[in-house]
Design a protein around this ligand. Structure first.
Ligand code: FE2
Length: 305
């Protein structure tokens, strides 16, 4: 499918600096990668190859291990990745048609310039932009309510050089499982613009990060792949089809089989974040852009050369 869209986005609302998205020097990055590799409990779940690594994974909660074990064989197939690339590719010339995913990115970009957009695909329920597929015969054009919020299982598509704000997953328990490309995850001690950074890790397909209310609930995700030039930051939009993809599961406190009596109302319907511009705390409803059932049908109907 294809849709008309501008070739280049409007100008950045504020100057971009060389330090986005993590605002660290090369030396700080090196130190944070070391801290990430030594963190206890381990930031990453995997088959341990040393006693140290095994020991660092011992304190990962059983509910998290269960989610990770169930996800470990998930992969995107080669044709799904190729079709996603086609739908993410920028217009070759101004005014040229772009695919569904680039079209959604441009719509999200228009709504929010504070960070480069990424796409959330609900593996259950509906997405805000599902109706965009109707024009091309992928969905019956009956009624198209707004996308659901709080899907427990979400596929996230991260265009190269795009990133999320710092955000907290509150009291949920979950995993971030890399399916394609490459993703950097910076973990913070608190939900504050200048919070202490606990560690930086890079996920490749098959690797799994995790979070719970007590550990690693605050993070920022970034796709470090080739964005095709320019410096990432507020107002940035990449010019390649490269992307990272991750599979996210979030369980609410009552779903982890561990009693939680502190009465806090956090759940996956909304998460707190730090606005990239005001540097103040905000709340975002976890709306989905697309549903997987729709996206998969669109991908399956995409001619690959
Ligand atoms: Fe997250």
């Amino acid at each position: 499918m294809s849709l008309t869209a501008p070739h280049t986005p409007a100008c950045s609302p504020e100057p971009r600096g060389p330090k986005y998205p993590f605002h660290i020097t090369k030396e700080e990055e090196r130190q944070l990668r070391l801290k990430g590799a030594e963190a206890v409990p381990s930031l990453v779940i995997g088959q341990a190859t040393s006693f140290d690594e095994y020991a660092r994974q011992l304190m990962i909660p059983p509910a998290v291990m269960d989610l990770a074990r169930k996800a470990e064989d998930l992969r995107l197939s080669a044709w799904e990745v190729e079709a996603m690339r086609k739908h993410l590719a920028p217009a070759a010339e101004p005014g040229d048609k772009v695919g569904l995913l680039r079209h959604i990115l441009l719509k999200k970009y228009k709504k929010d310039h504070t960070h480069p957009p990424y796409i959330r695909v609900a593996c259950t329920g509906r997405g805000d932009y599902d109706h965009l597929a109707t024009k091309h015969g992928h969905l019956h054009p009956d009624d198209h309510p707004k996308g659901d919020i709080g899907s427990p299982v979400v596929l996230e598509i991260w265009p190269a050089q795009h990133y999320s704000p710092i955000h907290s997953h509150g009291h949920t328990t979950g995993i971030v499982f890399c399916l394609a490309g490459q993703l950097d995850v910076m973990v913070y001690e608190h939900l504050k613009w200048d919070a202490r950074k606990l560690g930086l890790l890079t996920l490749t397909p098959g690797q799994c990060a995790w979070l719970s209310k007590d550990n690693y609930a605050v993070h920022r995700v970034y796709c470090p792949m080739d964005g095709g030039g320019g410096t990432t930051g507020p107002g940035y939009m990449n010019s390649t089809a490269d992307f990272g993809a991750s599979f996210h599961v979030y369980l609410n406190p009552e779903q982890t089989a561990v009693h939680d009596k502190d009465g806090d109302s956090y759940n996956r319907d909304s998460f707190d974040y730090i606005d990239e511009k005001s540097k103040k705390r905000g709340v975002f409803a976890t709306e989905s852009d697309l549903s997987w059932s729709i996206l998969r049908r669109v991908l399956a109907n995409t001619p690959l050369t």
